[in-house]
Design a binder for this molecule. Structure first.
Ligand SMILES: NC(=O)c1ccc[n+]([C@@H]2O[C@H](COP(=O)([O-])OP(=O)(O)OC[C@H]3O[C@@H](n4cnc5c(N)ncnc54)[C@H](OP(=O)(O)O)[C@@H]3O)[C@@H](O)[C@H]2O)c1
Length: 333
């Protein structure tokens, strides 16, 4: 069923090939997709930007249909395809996690859409979805964080980082946050970190962690940076601890020295095992419900770095890669 107001053409950002931010082309003449079986056509109102989008842009994640990347958005259903559409109807407001959000309209599988609960401010569902779901699985599924655990969160003022700081506080963990500037560290602290380390200025991160934890080390390392932190992570993890590596903003993690991990009886969870989609599997709806419950229960706040327009997508990518952003980057069509 279609709403009569769906146009034939739309604005969007398309890539003809992979590369730097310059491959992101703003267009005003892209065809509006048609929802297939089990799909919803959503008119996007807010588009969430993630570091993972950079990996898609440079070709680490495969090819997006029609050259349109972007994993998440919130908006209104304007038309539906045939078959089972999960009880959704035209006019419903949903947040979704699929591919192709860098556009005014996206056709998304109904199984990957979730109704936006009442009381959520416009933009906040798109701001929360991917990074929030991911952080939630990192503290409640990949690792079961316990009261009193020591946790180290790298790039703690980023989108996933600020979520982790708040969730770890809610679980009663003691968190050490790292970031590259004083302002970012202050933000991490305001979001729940107990201790901070500037890894750009302080050269002996291992000694600082040792001092803060009085020789215990950290029970959990959360690392989305990869290469630059591989060695440190192995040094700072405590006996029986866990290193969770889930990203590679500085490059792929180096070879993990297994001998040292074995000596500490520590566990290494690599990027493949920590992947969001792998971990929520067929339980997308349940995890979304849990996410919004958690936001309400623990009064989670989401810092919006800036709202860019679709035509500024290159600038949004440049800022993200140049480490100029904190919290969430949003785009409005
Ligand atoms: N596996 C999954 O399913 C999954 C899902 C979501 C996110 N992730 C990963 O989680 C990580 C964080 O994602 P996010 O979207 O929340 O991004 P983000 O943390 O908001 O942005 C990346 C941050 O990484 C830090 N960084 C350190 N070295 C860097 C370098 N060489 N180049 C660029 N940035 C560098 C910067 O903070 P400082 O300036 O403080 O160093 C930067 O602000 C990414 O690695 C992402 O791929 C993985």
């Amino acid at each position: 069923m279609a709403s009569s107001s769906v146009p034939a053409l739309m604005k969007g950002v398309q890539m003809q090939h992979t590369g730097g931010p310059e491959v992101l082309q703003y267009r005003t003449d892209l065809p509006v997709p048609f929802p297939g079986d089990g799909e919803l056509l959503v008119k996007n109102e807010y588009i969430g930007i993630n570091y993972v989008d950079v990996y898609w842009r440079i070709g680490m994640m495969g090819t997006a249909p029609e050259g349109i990347i972007g994993r998440e958005a919130e908006g209104k259903i304007v038309s539906t395809g045939a078959g089972d559409i999960g009880g959704f109807k035209v006019g419903d407001r949903v947040v979704w996690l699929s591919i192709g959000s860098y556009a005014e309209y996206t056709a998304v599988p109904s199984s990957l859409a979730f109704p936006i609960p009442p009381g959520i401010e416009p933009g906040m569902a798109a701001a929360a979805l991917l990074q929030g779901l991911f952080a939630l699985t990192l503290v409640e599924k990949i690792v079961h964080v316990k009261q009193g655990d020591w946790a180290l969160v790298h790039a703690a003022a980023g989108g996933v980082g600020l979520w982790l700081c708040q969730l770890l506080r809610a679980h009663g963990a003691k968190t050490i946050a790292t970031a590259s500037t004083t302002e970012k560290l202050a933000l991490a602290k305001a979001n729940g970190a107990d201790y901070t380390i500037n890894y750009r200025e302080e050269h002996d991160l291992v000694a600082r962690v040792d001092e803060i934890t009085q020789g215990h080390g950290v029970d959990i390392v959360y690392d989305g940076i990869g290469k630059d932190q591989t060695e440190n992570n192995v040094q700072v993890v405590a006996q029986h601890g866990t290193i969770v590596t889930y990203g590679a903003t500085s490059g792929f993690p180096g070879q993990v020295p297994h001998g040292q991990l074995v000596a500490k009886k520590a566990r290494f969870v690599g990027p493949g095992q920590s992947s969001l989609m792998g971990n929520i599997g067929g339980e997308f709806q349940q995890w979304c419900a849990k996410l919004f419950d958690t936001m309400a229960k623990h009064n989670i706040t989401i810092r919006i770095h800036r709202k860019y327009s679709l035509s500024e997508m290159r600038k949004a990518h440049e800022d993200l890669e140049a480490r100029r952003t904190t919290g969430k980057v949003l785009v409005t069509p």
